[in-house]
Design a protein around this ligand. Structure first.
Ligand code: CO
Ligand code: CO
Ligand code: CO
Length: 313
């Protein structure tokens, strides 16, 4: 993508962030992002909820507050249009939960349904949280368990039990709203949401943009139930292998099983926030998150060895 430069463009693709930030005045900047997906669950309403939570997440990851959103959808007119109604209703419900106004949208005809949103949010220009602010010896906190790519693949293969589907749905429809507000209040160094590039891919974006390395503790990473079993069975989305190939020369796995490695590159949908926070603020961040119902797991730390992510058990 051609790189655009402008004094008012505070964040663009150059820091590998998923939202652009444009300054309006001394106190306000716009956060803009777009995301759309193909269905990962059978229930169209839930698909709408997940797609909206996923699109809003890129505003939350930057410490912003979403204001307005536009639907983007593709639908096959040979299918029952009630399905599209349910997708849009699910998306609208999640936007309402977020306090974000749905102001319009656009639909095209396509054989494979797709849905997502373009979201506009607001942030104070001095309070933008990006991939680029991390420093060595800070703690890494993850706010949702991993495994949505693997479990969605299991669901497609009719291998997922009802209770596992409930957990998956619960995780993917949860907004990163509370986590974002808490990290903004406490003040953190950097953050990203964990989505298509998997935990390691998004961790790498922080490393590259902030010129730090990382040490991750595999056994501390929260996982949804059944993820390890499915990974061992080879129920793995293709994207996990693509991610791992990309990260081959950037990550050192120390005694991590094949399944463990692939779980760490599993592409996530509507994943949690990966937050880099100074050690001295770690306890208050974890406690404040817990008060808001968010379980933040400390999964590692940043190091002063740029270019390397070390994974230990
Ligand atoms: Co995105
Ligand atoms: Co993102
Ligand atoms: Co139009």
């Amino acid at each position: 993508m051609p790189q655009v430069q402008d004094p008012k463009l505070l964040v663009s693709g150059s820091t590998m962030d998923d939202a652009g930030v444009y300054q309006i005045n001394e106190e306000q900047a716009l956060v803009q992002t777009v995301d759309f997906l193909t269905p990962m669950v059978d229930d169209p309403y839930v698909f709408g909820q997940v797609a909206a939570a996923n699109a809003l997440s890129d505003v939350y990851a930057m410490g912003g507050k979403p204001l307005t959103a536009l639907n983007i959808s593709a639908f096959d007119l040979d299918m029952d249009t009630v399905i599209l109604q349910k997708i849009l209703a699910g998306g609208a419900a999640t936007l309402q939960e977020a306090g974000c106004l749905l102001v319009g949208g656009h639909t095209i005809q396509d054989k494979e349904p797709k849905y997502g949103l373009a979201v506009t949010g607001i942030v104070h220009p001095k309070e933008i949280i990006t991939n680029a602010g991390a420093a060595p010896n800070a703690a890494l906190l993850l706010t949702k368990p991993l495994g949505s790519g693997i479990l969605s693949t299991a669901l497609k293969g009719d291998l997922l039990q009802e209770n596992a589907l409930e957990e998956l749905t619960q995780v993917m429809t949860t907004l990163n709203h509370q986590a974002s507000e808490v990290m903004q209040r406490i003040g953190v160094l950097a953050a990203t949401d964990v989505t298509g590039f998997g935990l390691l891919g998004h961790a790498w974006e922080i490393c590259a943009s902030s010129d730090v390395g990382m040490e991750l503790y595999f056994n501390k990473i929260p996982l949804m139930s059944g993820v390890v079993d499915f990974a061992n069975m080879g129920v793995i989305p293709g994207g996990a292998y693509t991610n791992r190939r990309y990260l081959e020369d950037k990550v050192i796995f120390n005694g991590i099983s094949e399944a463990g490695q692939i779980i760490m590159t599993d592409p996530q949908t509507s994943g949690g926030l990966l937050i880099v926070v100074e050690e001295k603020k770690l306890n208050s961040l974890v406690n404040e998150l817990r008060l808001k119902g968010v379980e933040g797991a400390v999964i590692g730390k940043t190091t002063d060895k740029p270019g390397v992510i070390n994974v230990i058990s």
